[in-house]
Design a protein around this ligand. Structure first.
Ligand code: ADP
Length: 355
């Protein structure tokens, strides 16, 4: 199968010796929405710029539609890039800004005008066509940047923190529009963000990066449910990571580790030494349910936020864990700070990983 985009062991070392990205492997199917997620400085933008062709690749190859484009200049690639600050020309009109993308790709004038008109219409921007880009709101500028990126009819749209400059409300609105647009056009989107909710909410798959290295590539749900590295377990969601000694396999697909809080069973082989428990996997359970892992502690903190009760439970002198339960349950409301509390966890929601 030919992929829209394939990165084969792509790496980037800047001239000053900074290793920004190493051995990045990725295959993206047509119409997929892939997010690069990670803390600032982990190499997301560098990777995106290498895909666009703005950044020279130190090692590895970039393939698009099965063709090696590693040495192909940006304007000859089937890509288009949307920058965080939109990179609009303030003194050029909306129409000129949108046409710019086609000018760079060397489109003939009549074709250019036809395509610009069509995209302005699609984005409901005709009314502003002759207005200067600096006389528009943030949301409108965002739309122009999108229109400029899409007018060249790219196979792959590259978006570098495209919503970073918007306030929270507008961000939500444009997130929805972006997702609808992507579905409608069927274009492959590669989206860079350091905002977890954005990556998890928008994309089909998330590439989690840290320090220039790919930690995990998974659909959002799997990142939550089955983190594969300690970094992902700490970075995504709200997990407790217990350290222990591998104790071998249990039932099929399950392993066990011995921790200071008892034997913990979870999905794994049993040769791992960390157990990851999501905050929402804990149940407050007065009864002993067979097969469940049990933890005894005391309630250290309780915050009710809407329907969710965020608890801190102290398991020992120096160990406090995050627990999320439904705030509606009477036993959650009745709990008093300092009161003893018994937690139960189903081993199926625990993931064993290596350090
Ligand atoms: P992110 O997009 O995840 O914030 P970047 O790709 O911008 O990360 O940066 C990755 C690493 O490369 C960082 O350590 C950053 O300081 C470094 N870096 C980025 N651009 C340059 C450059 N032009 N020269 C040297 N180092 C750079």
């Amino acid at each position: 199968m030919v992929h829209d985009l394939e990165l084969i062991s792509v790496g980037k070392t800047y001239p000053d010796g900074t290793v920004a990205v190493s051995d990045f492997d990725l295959k993206v199917e047509k119409g997929e929405f892939v997010a690069f997620l990670g803390p600032s400085g982990c190499g997301k933008s560098t990777t995106l710029r290498m895909i666009a062709g703005f950044e020279h690749i130190t090692n590895g190859d970039v393939l698009m539609m099965g063709q090696n484009v590693t040495d192909v200049p940006p304007e000859k690639r089937p890509t288009s890039m949307i920058f965080q600050n939109y990179a609009l020309f303030p003194h050029m009109s909306v129409r000129e800004n949108v046409a710019f993308g086609l000018d760079v790709k060397g489109a003939p004038k009549t074709e250019r005008d036809r395509k610009v008109d069509r995209i302005l219409d699609m984005f409901d921007l005709e009314r502003f066509a002759d207005r200067k880009a600096d006389k528009l709101s943030g949301g409108q500028r965002q739309r122009i940047a999108l229109a400029r990126g899409l007018v060249v009819e790219p196979e792959i749209l590259l978006l570098d923190e495209p919503l970073g400059a918007l306030d929270a409300n507008l961000r939500r609105i444009i997130q929805n529009e972006l997702k609808l647009l992507q579905r409608e056009l069927g274009i492959t989107f590669i989206f860079v963000t350091h905002a977890q909710s954005e990556a998890l909410g928008l994309s089909d798959r998330v590439v989690v990066m840290s320090n220039g290295v790919v930690e995990q590539i998974s659909p959002p749900r799997d990142l939550y449910r089955r983190p594969r590295t300690p970094f992902v377990a700490e970075f995504i969601g709200s997990n407790t990571v217990f350290e222990g000694i591998p104790k071998g396999a249990a039932d099929k697909g399950f392993g066990r580790i011995e921790t200071p809080f008892g034997l913990i069973e979870g999905v794994g082989l049993g040769n791992e030494s960390l157990a990851v428990v999501p905050a929402e996997a804990f149940r407050i359970t007065p009864q002993n349910t067979p097969g469940e892992i049990r933890f005894e502690g005391r309630l250290a903190e309780r915050k009710l936020v809407g329907a969710v009760g965020h608890l801190k439970v102290r398991l020992s002198e120096d160990r406090e864990i995050a627990v999320e339960v439904s705030a509606d349950r009477p036993e959650v409301r009745a709990l008093e700070l300092g009161a003893p509390i018994t937690l139960g966890v189903d081993p199926a929601s625990v993931t064993l990983i290596h350090t």
